[in-house]
Design a protein around this ligand. Structure first.
Ligand SMILES: [Zn+2]
Length: 342
């Protein structure tokens, strides 16, 4: 029943070609005479102009005309169609290319678009890559200036805003990417910060940037939150682990921004330490049992908001691990514990 994919593609391409032929004929007819004196413009020949659309690559016959002499002109001839189509790729095609290239490889994006649209030879991996980069740069150029402080207005202004129902939740995390050819600790790696901002109804947006490369990390996050309707009187909750780079990002983005340590990251660290404690010796070994018990107490205090006692327990455990002749395993656990305390 209905159309096959091949038929649909052929019909689309054919319909577009017929449409475009008519549109161009009409347009060139309008250009045939001088708009000032009505005299017919003389032709100087034509060339082929290639214009790429999602429904096929168009090879258009672009006329070159002589300017009328009734007005002073900087050139003798001009091409109306080349003037009209200053870009040679339609915005819809750029949109589709960039959208899919941001989700998968350039090669796969080409395959997908060619599979469903009549654009056999209109795109290849290199053009999609170049287009996606150009679109990315254009979007970046539209971002406003970076600021340290994004909070605008006064408390009185904020109070007059309609009360937003619920907070925005933003989860943040960082990850390091190392080059396989990394030569030193300082070179050959970068940190990527990724995040997801979720509104009350579950709508979400994601963002990511390379921290020491991006010139406008705060502006990027600020615009994203604004696009989700963030108001100055709205609570915005940031969840992340304790890293400085992610912790500082939310500073001064919103007067009601709140930073919470993500329990997930604490739990991960505790789990790792528990595994290490189990490796200290066979079940029943004194240090092993003490360490496990103290880790459990530590977790309990943390989960109940008793930071003071949690820190005390950490110190106790650190002291127990600091034996006269510590084994490698004890030293490693102690190091993890110190990181956790920090
Ligand atoms: Zn004229």
């Amino acid at each position: 029943m209905g159309l096959t994919l091949a038929e649909a593609k052929a019909i689309l391409a054919g319909t577009q070609k017929t449409m475009v032929d008519r549109q161009i004929t009409d347009y060139l007819k309008q250009q045939a005479c001088c708009p000032h004196c009505g005299r017919r413009r003389l032709r100087k020949g034509h060339h082929i102009l290639v214009y790429r659309k999602p429904f096929g690559k168009l090879r258009l016959r672009s006329l070159r005309l002589y300017h009328c002499v009734c007005q002073p002109q900087s050139t003798r001839t001009f091409s109306p169609l080349a003037h009209l189509l200053s870009e040679r790729t339609a915005p819809e095609l750029l949109y589709l290319e960039s959208k899919f290239a941001s989700l998968m490889s350039y090669g796969l994006s080409v395959q997908l678009l060619q599979e469903v649209l009549p654009i056999e030879d209109a795109i290849n991996a290199a053009t999609v890559r170049n287009h996606a980069h150009a679109v990315g740069q254009r979007i970046d150029a539209e971002l406003g200036d970076e600021q340290v402080f994004f909070i605008d207005g006064s408390e009185r202004d904020w109070e007059q805003l309609p009360r937003p129902d619920t907070p925005l939740m933003v989860g943040l995390d960082g990850g390091y990417i190392h080059s396989c050819a990394q030569r030193s600790r300082k070179h050959g790696w970068f940190e990527v910060i990724g995040g997801k901002s979720v509104t009350d109804n579950g709508a979400f947006k994601r963002f990511a940037f390379v921290n020491n490369y991006d010139e406008k990390p705060k502006r990027r996050v600020f615009e994203l939150l604004k696009s989700q309707g963030m108001q100055s009187n709205q609570q915005v909750t940031f969840l992340s682990d304790g890293g400085d780079t992610v912790r500082d990002l939310q500073l001064y983005l919103n007067p009601n921004a709140q930073y919470l340590l993500d329990w997930f990251h604490l739990t991960m660290r505790l789990t790792v330490m528990r595994q290490m404690a189990k490796g200290l010796g066979a079940a029943g070994t004194e240090l092993r049992e003490i360490a496990l018990k103290e880790l459990e107490r530590m977790e309990w205090f943390l989960w109940h908001g008793n930071v003071f006692r949690a820190l005390e327990t950490m110190d106790d455990l650190a002291m127990d691990l600091n034996t006269e002749e510590p084994t490698v395993k004890e030293v490693t656990l102690l190091k993890k514990l110190e990181e956790f305390e920090t």
